[in-house]
Design a protein around this ligand. Structure first.
Ligand code: AP5
Length: 213
């Protein structure tokens, strides 16, 4: 079963994807993570994406679609979760075409609903290891020692786009470009709307229930 997880920035897509990978063996495809890895490696794609990400804007569709196409080619039949893609209606149309070409489909498009006030708290308090693999929250998921990763011992950082002025721009991009995808998947008949408020485990059990019914 292939999934798409979508919702506002900070809705918990990455957190829930990590649990689904660990407990259900999915392959996780996060366009945000792919861009951050490209930025770290200073590739041409990374340098181009950084211009948009630092401002809280969406990276142009043509760049994102090409990158996802490459990832889909490497799946070899493994079930996957798309996190952060599609984010616009043209990206959703392009995804449909890419999947059709490979005889694949999205079985459930899971939307995580989290109120705006909670979103801002989650984003502004998020901290992570420099490679983004271990994610914490200063209040909701704190490390044992403040500012230090429990697993690697590295100093935790704040994402550039989690600064207050950039959060606002990301939320605007979400409202204008990504929110319409709810209607898109509702019309397709595979939308699953879930409450994203509560502990990460509570949200996970809602997702789990939706997958098993
Ligand atoms: P991306 O990395 O995809 O960012 P995002 O969608 O803004 O989502 P986030 O990673 O910020 O949040 P999340 O929902 O994964 O939340 P998380 O689980 O970490 O994209 C970044 C940028 O890349 C975009 O702005 C854009 O420029 C570009 N980009 C990416 N994809 C693109 C595309 N398709 N098209 C164009 N541009 C694209 O949780 C957040 C915090 O909350 C954490 O601290 C966590 O510990 C905490 N938390 C999680 N769950 C809970 C819970 N249940 N209760 C309390 N706290 C919780």
């Amino acid at each position: 079963m292939n999934l798409l997880l979508f919702g506002a920035p900070g809705a918990g897509k990455g957190t829930q994807s990590a649990l689904l990978v660990e407990r259900r063996g999915y392959r996780h495809i996060s366009t945000g993570d792919l861009f951050r890895a490209a930025i770290k490696n200073e590739t041409a794609l990374g340098l181009e994406a950084k211009k948009y990400m630092d401002k809280g804007e969406l990276v142009p569709d043509s760049i994102v679609i090409g990158m996802v196409d490459e990832e889909l080619q490497t799946l070899q039949g493994q079930s996957f979760i798309l996190d952060g893609f599609p984010r616009t209606v043209p990206q959703a149309d392009a995804l449909d075409n890419l999947l059709k070409e490979s005889a694949m489909k999205i079985d459930k498009a899971i939307f995580l609903e989290v109120p705006r006030e909670q979103i801002v708290k989650r984003l502004s308090g998020r901290r992570m290891t420099p490679d983004g693999k271990h994610v914490y929250h200063v209040e909701y998921a704190p490390p044992k020692v403040a500012g230090i990763c429990d697993v690697t011992g590295e100093k935790l950082i704040q994402r550039n786009d989690d600064k207050e002025e950039v959060i606002e721009r990301r939320l605007e991009a979400y409202d204008s470009s990504t929110k319409p995808l709810k209607d898109y998947y509702r019309k397709k008949g595979n939308l699953v709307e879930l409450n994203g408020v509560g502990s990460a485990e509570e949200v996970y059990s809602r997702i789990s229930q939706a997958l098993d019914t």
